[in-house]
Write a protein that binds this ligand. Sequence first.
Ligand SMILES: [Zn+2]
Length: 291
Amino acid sequence: MKTHTALLGTLLAVGLIVPASQAQQKESPPVRLTMIATNLYALLDGSGARGGAFVGDTAVLLIDAKMDQKSVNQTIAEVRKITDKPIKYLINTHSDGDHVRGNQFFPATVTFIAHENCRKDFFLAGRDGAASEWNKPELLQFVPGVTFRDRMDLYLGPKKIELWYFGVGHTTGDIVVFFPAEKTAFIGDQAFVTRPQLIHSYKGGNSFEHVKTLTKMLNTLEADRFYSGHEEVLDRAAIRKHIEEMTAMQEKVRTLVAQGKTLADLKGQFKEGEARLIEAIYQEVAKAPPR
Ligand SMILES: [Zn+2]
């Protein structure tokens, strides 16, 4: 029962399900695009995470895919309100369902782009061990077919769009989509500030690498706006604060583990909602050689 409750809590926390009572009363508002710079939009509401849209000279690029047919139809309809250019590219920032499940509801003419580790994660069993739906042959065309390792540039006109990989963190396949002219970055789930950070250990995610990866991002990109999958727009100070808070949490876990505390003891020392993150950090500390 306890495990069941914990799993339910997790699913609620990542927004994969909503409580029945809430679902009946309140459906999520329809997908909408809100302009954040010329030709650049944040993709909000509907089911699944927040994403983005860019209208280039030749075509439209989307960042993340929502997670059901209805929200994808709404996304396409919203794009049609601003342009009749075709949706040519869809970038998945990482492999979580709330960012990729909608791929399968887009026309097969869309090219799906992701980090090479993200593509691998599409086929992984879930956290509960259930087989991935992406192993169905008919869905293969919606799995990212264009991948990269460190860097990729896209042009839908004269402006460059930069795709960056800074390393392991939330998973091993999270990328940043950077619009240099707008100093704007879409970072997927790489910085939660109003809820505990998710670190998907089962996908190779690692909290210590996460802080290094984010630091590298700040040091590399001259971005001043960061659009997250589940937050309002963040500035550099907010990302720095997130890094500091994660580091403080890691130090606290390290100290308690060095004092011989168990995972159960540790959880008592943090907020209830932080249990999953604390467990991830604990496992990393327990596995790491002593300093
Ligand atoms: Zn997400």
